[in-house]
Design a protein around this ligand. Structure first.
Ligand SMILES: [Zn+2]
Ligand SMILES: [Zn+2]
Length: 362
């Protein structure tokens, strides 16, 4: 038997939840203002708080692998030109795709997947991100002069990027063989000859590490290497997810399951473990290194982190840039002037040539 009263209660609570972005002053629609860190009414400009004092809590990894909460209030849209999938919440759409700039975005029947537990809200606004992009373009030494002078940041969108962060304790035991080089001087037929030799030695021991908030991207809309270049994101003190934060922004749809992300994370952690072990020794050659690791206390968070995506247009080509919406770090592509690069290479060669000539003369 269905508990009628209980299901009604849940329904009315959800209703109540969706109305929190209405302006208490005039009833108008509001958006999250990065500048004010509050909701701002689009009509009367009133500011009001997002009802949220909670910081996102980490969960045990076991929960991730068994189930997650479905993000049912959000809708998925797909760009017909580049295929990027975006999540919007209760928003009128006549939108441009943040990734390719076309207007070819339509609603799909896809499910948005897991509901985020936490969100790192945008801290810098669109205006500021545009200034950052223009300033960066001006500093690009190898970009054509015309580009640097008149670079315009176009089609800037605030896109939340879904990520998993993982914590774990890693206890490893290892053994391996390393080699250290040394030189010997010999006299052969009256001539001095230096020779490099390698002394090999065996290593073994234990290594314990605690990993905190290792970030793994759960969407492929944004290139993973680009996100890495603008890290870190404030994932440690991120507030709990509230739909209000998404008003005025969109989110990339996740397309990598939590369990896949955890496997990827373990590889990343193992690289960290290997680096920590090798740092203990002075060596030049690694022959082999076997590491056995036991992970424990594995925890995860599934959260949204803020990224501005936009592009420069130069000679009918688009060059995407990505800005960390929290700290303003930027990365991306700019056009390259072939002449400037050639000239620099030539100058470097001339300097090297000049030095060689000086050495030869002396
Ligand atoms: Zn208002
Ligand atoms: Zn697109």
């Amino acid at each position: 038997m269905i508990d009628q009263e209980a299901s009604e209660k849940i329904y009315s609570e959800e209703k109540l939840d969706t109305s929190t972005y209405k302006c208490p002053n005039c009833g108008g629609e509001s958006e999250f203002s990065a500048k004010d860190q509050k909701m701002k009414c689009l009509y009367c400009g009133s500011l009001f708080d997002v009802d949220n004092n909670e910081v996102v809590e980490e969960r045990n990894l076991g929960e991730l692998l068994t189930n997650g909460q479905v993000w049912d209030e959000a809708e998925v849209y797909q760009c017909q030109s580049c295929g990027a999938k975006e999540i919007l919440y209760n928003q009128e759409v006549a939108m441009e795709c943040p990734f390719c700039g076309t207007n070819n975005v339509i609603k799909t029947e896809d499910l948005p997947g897991l509901k985020p537990q936490g969100i790192a809200p945008f801290k810098i606004d669109k205006q500021k991100s545009s200034e950052i992009a223009i300033k960066w373009a001006k500093k690009k030494k190898y970009a054509p002069q015309a580009f640097r002078k008149s670079a315009k940041a176009e089609n800037i969108h605030g896109v939340y990027n879904p990520v998993f962060t993982f914590d774990a304790d890693a206890d490893s035991s290892y053994d391996g063989q390393l080699g250290e080089n040394y030189t010997v001087v010999r006299h052969v037929n009256g001539k001095r000859v230096t020779e490099t030799r390698t002394r090999y030695f065996h290593i073994s021991g234990n290594q314990s590490l605690k990993f905190d908030d290792v970030l793994i991207q759960a969407s492929s809309d944004l290139p993973a290497n680009r996100i890495k270049e603008i890290e870190p994101f404030p994932t440690n003190n991120a507030p709990e997810y509230r739909t209000e934060y998404l008003r005025g922004y969109s989110a990339s749809s996740y397309n990598k399951e939590g369990s896949v992300c955890w496997e990827e994370c373990k590889l990343k952690m193992k690289e960290g473990i290997e680096r920590a072990i090798l740092k203990r020794y002075r060596y030049d050659v690694k022959v082999y290194l076997n590491v056995k690791t036991i992970f424990s206390n594995e925890k995860y968070k599934y959260i949204l982190v803020p990224v501005y995506v936009g592009h420069y247009k130069y000679k009918d080509k688009l060059y995407n840039f990505y800005i960390n919406g929290d700290n303003g770090k930027i990365t991306g592509k700019t056009p390259v002037s072939v002449w400037k690069v050639l000239f620099t290479v030539l100058a470097v060669l001339l300097v090297i040539g000049g030095m060689a000539a000086l050495i030869a003369l002396s």
